[in-house]
Design a protein around this ligand. Structure first.
Ligand SMILES: [Zn+2]
Length: 58
């Protein structure tokens, strides 16, 4: 197997995928561990991450 150029592609395939941000949020609400939905640029869907996304400062 060739080396994966992007680790995020791999995590994309094993992660749960949601069609919308709200679906991801609803799912995240069921867990005690806080997770944040983020849009995946590879599959176009939404995944959940345990890492809190950084808010860009303006
Ligand atoms: Zn994805």
């Amino acid at each position: 197997m060739a080396k994966a150029p992007f680790k995020r592609v791999y995590s994309c395939t094993i992660k749960k995928r949601f069609k919308t941000k709200n679906a991801a949020k609803n799912h995240a609400a069921k867990y005690e561990t806080p997770t944040w939905p983020y849009r995946c640029e590879f599959c176009g869907g939404w995944h959940l991450t345990k890492k809190k996304p950084e808010r860009p400062k303006k």
